[in-house]
Design a protein around this ligand. Structure first.
Ligand SMILES: [Zn+2]
Ligand SMILES: [Zn+2]
Length: 260
């Protein structure tokens, strides 16, 4: 838990310095991307400051190592990348690889250049954490557009990322929250966002004793999604904070054989 709080603190410090970007998002462009199932944000449009990104990468790696979440050899690799001129290129590949995977899943074959990189799983984790302050500022822009309500896909309209948390609204709608940029969008109330299984008999749902959080676990693909139940809560969802508060739920889901 301390690990997550420290990561949150590092992200907060940088996020306060990231300007709100000017993104050319219109109702028409949202409609176009909805039809093609492609995310709206281009890498070039992210308000990325290279020295802040470097600082993020190195600080995130420090925190992860301090808590034993990063092995020494990976730590050295990440630190080297944090000093390297290639950082921007690698981050661009990481960002685009997710968008390309979405396009691939709807039938257009693509080569995933990021997956071929050394230690890409570790890098994926570090870059996801390091890029959040920048991506979440972009999400703030799209979040304000009423046309976001036409988005029907289970991946993020802004960055193409997958949801890793959801929130149940007081009117019992379910909104998915992107694991990369924290954009929120309305989606089906029960179906699995990872494989689209909507067979009620194949969705296992359980809640914390206080009813504040739920898990929807899919018996078709064995993945699960957590939810913050806004019907029983006194404050709005706070993705990073709620991710920490629900660590025991993750343990319970994993114990039952599901993965995140
Ligand atoms: Zn996103
Ligand atoms: Zn599923």
């Amino acid at each position: 838990m301390d690990l997550h709080l420290e990561l949150l603190e590092v992200q907060r410090r940088i996020q306060s310095r990231v300007p709100l970007p000017l993104l050319a998002i219109t109702g028409e462009s949202i409609q176009r991307h909805q039809s093609a199932a492609t995310p709206l944000l281009r890498f070039e449009d992210i308000p990325l400051n290279l020295s802040d990104l470097r600082l993020m990468v190195r600080q995130i790696a420090d925190v992860l190592r301090r808590y034993g979440a990063l092995e020494e050899v990976d730590y050295q690799k990440v630190q080297a990348l944090g000093r390297d001129m290639k950082l921007l290129t690698v981050t661009g590949q990481w960002f685009r690889s997710v968008a390309e995977r979405q396009v691939a899943s709807i039938g257009v074959p693509v080569t995933n250049s990021f997956a071929e990189l050394d230690g890409s799983e570790v890098l994926d984790q570090v870059l996801t954490l390091s890029m959040r302050p920048f991506l979440s500022r972009c999400a703030e822009v799209l979040q304000q557009r009423p046309e976001l309500s036409i988005w029907t896909h289970s991946h993020c309209a802004l960055c193409g990322g997958q949801p890793d948390l959801s929130v149940i609204t007081p009117s019992a709608e379910r909104h998915l929250i992107c694991g990369r940029c924290e954009l929120r969008w309305k989606w089906e109330t029960l179906a699995c966002p990872y494989c689209r299984n909507s067979d009620r008999a194949k969705i296992t749902s359980f809640a914390t004793p206080d009813g504040k959080y739920r898990v929807y676990a899919c018996d078709a693909c064995r993945r699960y999604l957590k939810a913050y139940d806004g019907r029983r809560a006194s404050r709005p969802v706070m993705p990073m904070v709620d991710a920490v508060a629900t660590l025991p739920l993750d343990a319970a889901a994993i114990q039952r054989g599901y993965s995140s």
